[in-house]
Structures are given as structure tokens and as C-alpha cells.
Ligand binder design. Sequence first.
Ligand SMILES: C[S@@+](CC[C@H](N)C(=O)[O-])C[C@H]1O[C@@H](n2cnc3c(N)ncnc32)[C@H](O)[C@@H]1O
Length: 381
Amino acid sequence: MTHSRYDLSASETEPEPDGLDMPALARLVFGHAAFQYLHAACELGLIRLLSRHGALGKDAIGTRLGLGERACDILLLGCASLGIVVREGDRYRLAGLVAALVEAGDWDGIENTVAFEGHIAYEGQADFTASLRANSNVGLRRIPGTGRNLYHRLSENPRLEAVFFRYMRSWSEMANHHLVSHVTELAPTRLLDCGGGDAVNAIALATASPDLTVTILEIPQTARIAERRIVEAGLEERIHVHAGDMHAAEFPGGFDVVLFAHQLVIWTMEENTELLRKAFRALRPGGHVVIFNSMSADRGDGPVVAALDSVYFAVLPEEGGMIYRWQQYDTCLTAAGFGAARRLSGVDTPRPDGRGQALTRPDRSVARARIRSVVHTRTGG
Ligand SMILES: C[S@@+](CC[C@H](N)C(=O)[O-])C[C@H]1O[C@@H](n2cnc3c(N)ncnc32)[C@H](O)[C@@H]1O
């Protein structure tokens, strides 16, 4: 009798020439469970506990987290085997990367991202196959409410809204120093931030450039969040919020820069082209459009975070959207009247999506950046 090669519980198999061996296949089959260990480690406070105490034994961990013995065994089995924690003797400590992220103050952003994945993205992803079949965001049915897309439903779900904007702020802050440095080089005095969220980028840009005024175009439900943040930052003289629908009306005009941050991953390429046409008309001659979000390789085979992030855009926010290829943006830009674009990239910090590049052109130019992946972000959002 011959042994089957197809054993998903095998810890080692012969290497395969193209890289996908049985342990790698098992990680795909059970990938959802791996995420749940990370999610539970965050929500139950295991990461915080070990960051405070260095290393603890199983009983101390169970007592401090309020877990029964079996539950604690399961949590530690998963976290240790996945490398989130390391077992040394009879004690458990954080993996070096996790400890370094906590030490650097970067772990909150990871936890905010994990919470978004766990409470929002995960829900809709059960409808991934159905969404591909329908070529539409079938997963939206799992978010309670009547709003026409995810953004309109957030205000109907205050807990999800808080999870979303904590994540979106963290996600944007992980990479917006690239945005600030590229935009500052363009020396704008008037910038339109389309779908500016809670004003995270507008505040960073206005803080870096004292002569800059920013107009944020946002749906009314989110505009109120942005207004609160702007007041907290003391920037209400220089950042104004225009409540409206970017698809419905012409943009206000006379800007040096029109920014789409983590925005042109939500819509179809036809909608993106229409938005870029409006941006073109809203720019003064010589102005620039900046597209800042994750982008996938022109070959269509990576990076892996672009692929993973595309599941969220396929199932939840709106009918269109994905982490598009650079070339697809080039096509939209040309159709909207822009000339040659400049690709810029920036990838230097650990974060859950995949970040980095941009574009510009001499008449009205384009800069865009894609998000790089931590071990996930999406632009995100
Ligand atoms: C992925 S978030 C990005 C937020 C922000 N630009 C950032 O980078 O953090 C997308 C934002 O677009 C806004 N949005 C969605 N549809 C919109 C529309 N039709 N008009 C204006 N804003 C819209 C959402 O409310 C949300 O804040």
C-alpha cells in the first residue's frame, strides 16, 4: 500500500519545485484559524500582558487573562506554534518583532488593523466567492443597515464606525509621511482631499505646510468626525470640510493639488476615470493630482498583500474596487486628460498592507503611492 502525499497535518514534506508544499497548503486551508489566534491574543490582552511582564508561566497567564485551563492551553498552543509568542522553559514571552513593535509604540496600529480585519473585513469575506460570481460586493449584506455602501452603513453601527476609523487613522499614519514629503515638494497652497476620512492626512499636510489650506470632501456622516478632529488639532482656520458626494457634483475649483488617499481602490476603473476628470477640471493649470494607495504589480502576480487586501475591496465597501495595477491607473489618467505620470514609492515601516509608489507629470501631474504590507494595508479602508 502506498502512502498518500496529501496529508494536511504533515509538518514537513519534500520540497516542491514551485514552492507550494503541504505545510504551505495547510497554512492556506487553515489561514482563517491563524488569524483568530492573533485576534484573540490582541483582544484578550495576551500581548499587553507579556509586554508588561516580560515572560510568564501558563498559570499566571491564565489567571491574569481570566481564562480556564483548557482555553489558556488552546491560546498558547496557537500563539506559540504560529510564532506570536515564544516558549522558553515553562514560560512564554513575546516574539522579538512583536516586542519591538510594542517598544516602538507601533503595536497599537497593528491591533487597530487586526480589530478592523476581525470585526469588519472578516464578516464580509464569507461572501468572497459569491462576490466574485456576482462581480459585486455581496458581503455588504452582513453589515446591518440600509446605507447604500459600507461608508454609509458605518454611522448606523457606532461600534463598527469606531473600529473603522481607529483602523483607518492607524493605517494612514503608517505611511502618510511619504505623502507629506511628496506633497510638500509640490508646494501647494490649496489642496482638495477627496474622501478625506477623519482628516488624518489633511491634518498631517497642514501641520507640515503653514501656507497650505485644505478642503476635505466627505459624506455628511463622516464629515462630522473630520470636523471634530480638525477642532481638536486647532486647524479649523486652514482645514475646511465640504459635506457632499464626490460622485454627485462637480468638485470645487482652483486647487494646486487634488488628493485621493486610499480612495481609488474603492471604485470601478470607470468611476475612477470620472473622478480623475473632475479632478482635472478642479485643478489650476500646472496643478497635480496625487493618488496615494496600495497598487499591485503590472504583471498581476503580487505583492501578496495587494492580493489579500483585494478580498476586502471585492466583498464589502462598494460594487467595484480592488488593489489595481499601476498600468490601470495610467490608463485612467490618460483618459482623464493627464500626461505622463511619475511613480514614486515609499516602503520603510512595518505595516499590514504594502506600501509605496507615485507618479507625476509636468502639466498637471500625478503622484501616487501604494501601501506596502506588514505582514498584511490597506489602503486599507
Ligand atoms: C478608505 S477611507 C479613506 C479615508 C482617508 N482618505 C484616509 O486615507 O485615511 C474612504 C473615505 O471615503 C469616504 N467616501 C466614500 N464615499 C464617498 C463619496 N461618495 N463622497 C465623499 N466621500 C466618500 C468615506 O466616508 C471614507 O472616509
